[in-house]
Design a protein around this ligand. Sequence first.
Ligand code: PLP
Length: 351
Amino acid sequence: MSKYWNELTKKIEPYVAGEQPKDKKYIKLNTNENPYPPSPKVLKAISDANNSDLRLYPDPDCDKLRETVANYYDLNKNQVFVGNGSDEVLAFSFLTFFSSDKEIVYPDISYSFYPVYAGLYGLKARLSALKEDFSIDVEDFLKENGGVVIPNPNAPTGKYLDIKAIKRILEFNNENVVIIDEAYVDFGGESVVGLIKDYPNLLVIQTLSKSRALAGMRIGLALGREELIDGLNRIKNSFNSYTSDRIAQVAAVAAFEDDEYFKICSNKIIKTREKVTKRLTEIGFKVIPSKANFIFASHSKMLAKDIFIKLREKGVLVRYFNKPKIDNYLRISIGSKEEMDTFLEKVEEII
Ligand SMILES: *Cc1c(COP(=O)(O)O)cnc(C)c1O
């Protein structure tokens, strides 16, 4: 605390990111990064962009990237917004579409950045309690509100909400923006991008950090009707016109162009997830069925916190949330086959 801080700075509760340890080499299963490298074509595009053009500002409109994404999803370029990671896109979206006079709604167990943005902007939020089985209670989103945010699949549970339920939420909330955060949709879920043509209030947010293995490049997207994207651009251009750099833009284009590589890696992760789920279940874990690149698991005999500490000692990092309702669960990112074999070996030693 400093006397030089203003009231807002004193009051806000910033997000705490998953640990990126520097003390030794861990098997990192704590921040849902992709275990596979970006496509070789992405790496080549990045080297090619490493040239004297870096003295020039990047394209503030990210035209090439927006065209590429628009083609990929059968949208038009003006329905695509690019940001510096989807965290930034979310931050801009909260600022563009939500106001302090009406409560916004998101699940009580969900991505922990949402309450941070709500706090930063002084928004009121209503938390919708997940059901016993960790599924989203759709009825809670069919009540008067000032905006909706739902990650699908949800984090950290990995639970997927079907498109029919999302349609009901979109229909009820036709006066408000409904944000569907699809950070993990490529691991077995189905995107709602196709609903944009029918629902002017739908904003789909995606990231290249997870399924496209570019967390280090910071590229996020918002997809929605042109009027929503125009609003986002008004906010972005009141902050910083160049949120996305030259290298990130070419990397993202190349990532969308190499669809085959992307599908191969995503399928490997899905297969490993199913194998790990089966093995953990056999040794006494309850594993929530996941459509993400992580699983959420709890053991019948041993506390999650103790397993977390012991795994860390053995060089494996997973995520533990010391929060009501989920403090006996571990969120385990799906690594490569080899990493997950080591993880299972260590878990079996501990249990
Ligand atoms: C990882 C994650 C993000 C942020 O991704 P970046 O694009 O790396 O900022 C957004 N939402 C959810 C639910 C996530 O898990």
